[in-house]
Design a protein around this ligand. Structure first.
Ligand code: CP3
Length: 355
């Protein structure tokens, strides 16, 4: 395996961590839990640290990355850390002119809409992201037996930002290219898949214990279009990532009708948003996969009794899966109370160890 974990003294404890056991569909002492977007967002210690530092700049400072990645692990006793970065970081690293605007999201100076534009998408080499290698290496020392999840954006989601030039509701131009210029689309998706693979490789080579591909907006496409225009590229990502020797997680939002195809794409774990109950997701995803999810992030604004009731329901349905990693159905919402997340992580640990 490429992962440098093999040589570290933490290797055995890491291998036996509930998160990695669940990814591999092995028995667990309790259901592991972590929260997408747990780093940053609602934590006051994060907001203090980030004051005056633009988002993308913070992703290039190893000490800041290490500290922000560790903050939620300290607060919530979650079973995994997620590397503090962004899906746009590798694009920025190869020279694409982009920014992340607070309250808006990624904004691209020169959207890519033709073959000439594709020239901007050159291959990523490890030297493009030395701060990632340095931060991951620093983190694996600090985290001990808590696994670090590396991540990258999925090709549809990255393509959408690049083609639209920013966040989009309907993905009009993206779909115009997908339907109208299939060869250009395929070339673009190929380059983005290469970028995703390269960015995941850097993180695992430096010590990450698992990887997640966030194809957040892929739920916008119909199954037949997913099969034709997206699946070949996500399949290649997961096939090439297999050589990294760590569990691979595949996540998107609004993917109820795509869950079967996302399973086919080849990851070890399929992420499920809050719209499909986990026992139903088990029926939609082929056997041999673990599932991750899927409490509605907005439920955390409800009274605790409601949160508890629904979290127990997620755990019960999750027991029908071959492996279950408890998570929200999408990222932590910015105004979430950190105390509720801490209480939820405790509840998942306690309630699931009763079985
Ligand atoms: O805790 C974590 O999950 C680790 C860090 C992380 C960030 N972005 C940091 C971030 C991760 C995993 C991401 C992934 C990401 N980035 C996705 C996929 C996950 C998802 O939620 O579906 C997407 C679509 C992006 C693109 C992006 N970056 C958006 C839509 C935004 C929000 C813009 C806003 O302000 O509402 C960002 C900015 C961003 N990425 C922030 C953080 C902590 C907030 C910016 C800030 O704190 O200044």
């Amino acid at each position: 395996a490429v992962g440098s974990n093999d040589a570290s003294p933490n290797a055995d404890a890491l291998d036996e961590s509930p998160f990695l056991l669940a990814c591999r569909r092995k028995p667990v002492p309790h259901t592991p839990v972590w929260f997408m977007r747990q780093a940053g967002r609602s934590l006051p210690e994060y907001l203090r640290l980030r004051e005056g530092v633009p988002m993308l700049e913070s992703c290039t400072r190893p000490e800041m990355i290490v500290e922000i990645t560790l903050q939620p692990v300290r607060r919530y006793a979650v079973d995994a850390a997620i590397f503090f970065s962004d899906i746009m970081v590798p694009l920025r690293a190869i020279g694409v002119d982009l920014d992340i605007k607070p309250g808006v999201g990624p904004v691209i100076a020169d959207p890519i809409r033709d073959a000439a534009g594709l020239e901007a998408l050159r291959p990523l080499v490890p030297d493009d992201v030395p701060y990632v290698t340095e931060a991951v290496a620093g983190l694996t020392g600090e985290l001990g037996a808590t696994p670090l999840i590396g991540f990258a954006g999925g090709p549809f989601t990255l393509a959408s930002y690049l083609i639209e030039g920013g966040p989009s509701k309907n993905h009009d131009r993206t779909k115009a290219m997908m339907y109208g210029e299939p060869e250009l689309w395929a070339t673009m998706m190929d380059r983005l898949a290469d970028l995703t693979i390269a960015f995941l490789k850097v993180q695992v080579a430096a010590g990450a214990s698992a990887v997640q591909v966030f194809d957040s907006w892929v739920g916008a496409v119909a199954p037949q279009d997913y099969r034709e225009s997206v699946l070949p590229h996500t399949s290649r990502i997961f096939a090439e990532a297999e050589a990294l020797g760590v569990p691979r997680i595949h996540f998107g939002v609004g993917t109820g009708e795509l869950l079967g195809l996302m399973g086919e794409a080849g990851a070890d774990v399929v992420g499920v948003d809050w719209r499909v109950p986990l026992d139903e997701a088990v029926r939609r995803v082929e056997p041999g996969k673990a599932l991750q999810g899927n409490l509605d992030p907005a439920l955390l604004f409800a009274p605790w009794e409601t949160v508890e009731h629904r979290a127990r329901d997620v755990l019960a349905r999750g027991r029908t899966a071959e492996g279950h990693i408890f998570n929200l159905g999408h990222g932590v919402l910015p105004s979430t109370n950190p105390d509720v997340l801490a209480r939820l992580a405790d509840l998942v640990h306690e309630a699931s160890s009763e079985y």
